[in-house]
Design a protein around this ligand. Sequence first.
Ligand code: MRU
Length: 360
Amino acid sequence: MPEALPPTLELVPAAGGYVLRLLDQTLLPNQEAVLELVTVPQVCEAIRMLRVRGAPAIGCAAACGVAVAASRSQATSLDDLRQELHEAIRALAATRPTAVNLFWALERMRAIVENGDDVAELVAALVSEAQAIIADDVDRCRRIGQHGATLIPRGARILTHCNAGALATAGYGTALGVIRAAHEQGKVAQVWVDETRPLLQGARLTAYELQREGIPCTVICDNMAASLMAQGGVDCAVVGADRIAANGDVANKIGTYGVAVACQHHGLPLYVAAPLSTVDYDLRDGAAIPIEQRDTREVVHLAHLSEKAVVPDGVAVYNPAFDVTPAKLVTAIVTEAGVVRAPYVTALGRLRQQQAGAKG
Ligand code: MRU
């Protein structure tokens, strides 16, 4: 029987202002602990340490951070409040560089900060914008799921990398949204879950989500994927994205590029599922996507799980959090507005125009 997942994050009223409640993902799958964050430094720490992670989820958390700060501010004038909030936005924007959703969500909040005729009105508007960003994200994920499920054949054995699930979004997920929707249609025979070194988002988080929902899954080490494909055990791969350049190059969790190369070699489709808030139209191609470099202790101490180092003291360690998969290895990009295929400059550009047209 499927068991409901705890919410990834919630913005709730409490004594003294709003609170950002979030499930501490660093403790999963062993412990389900909910943090109650009431300051911007706390929210920044949670994003930096991956207590909340995944491109859409960090955008939502950052938006909530601004709303929490506004609701708890002691400022009595609009100017003072605005100044405080601009500082909060700067701090939140400096937490992680790769996922563009963080900057997209903060831009939405910044636009609201400029409005409002008094302090109470501005606070209310910011809380409601953060809530709208959360609700909107769940809605986008469901639509991504519906569009993406059309690509999945019956009896599919799907490989996924990292966690692009409910935990990486406000709910339902992008890549896992596609898998959830396909599972609801009875199409999924097996999900191969790459463990996703170094922080094990696949083994710890994706496997936790899929098990909760009764979706058949098997965890593999990252270095097993290619051989599994060679044996004919995989029908397609579905992954999320942290930033997609205008030409369709995709930044996602380190290791995605290797999956893409292996898929191409074995003639398997690689689908990227992401909301349009992940597309950075300002970047012509993936070369300019900033790639976060993380603490080497994540590698040396096995995702902080081992006190003992597994690398000899003094040996250099390289730990980029993301890689870029060139558009030519991406079979299709699944967005909330539909499935697009190469040439992505034209296809993504068309979606942008449609969106602009819909906003009027
Ligand atoms: O470092 P993380 O765990 O934040 O990286 C997450 C990913 O790479 C996800 O695949 C991506 O953000 C898409 S989440 C819907």
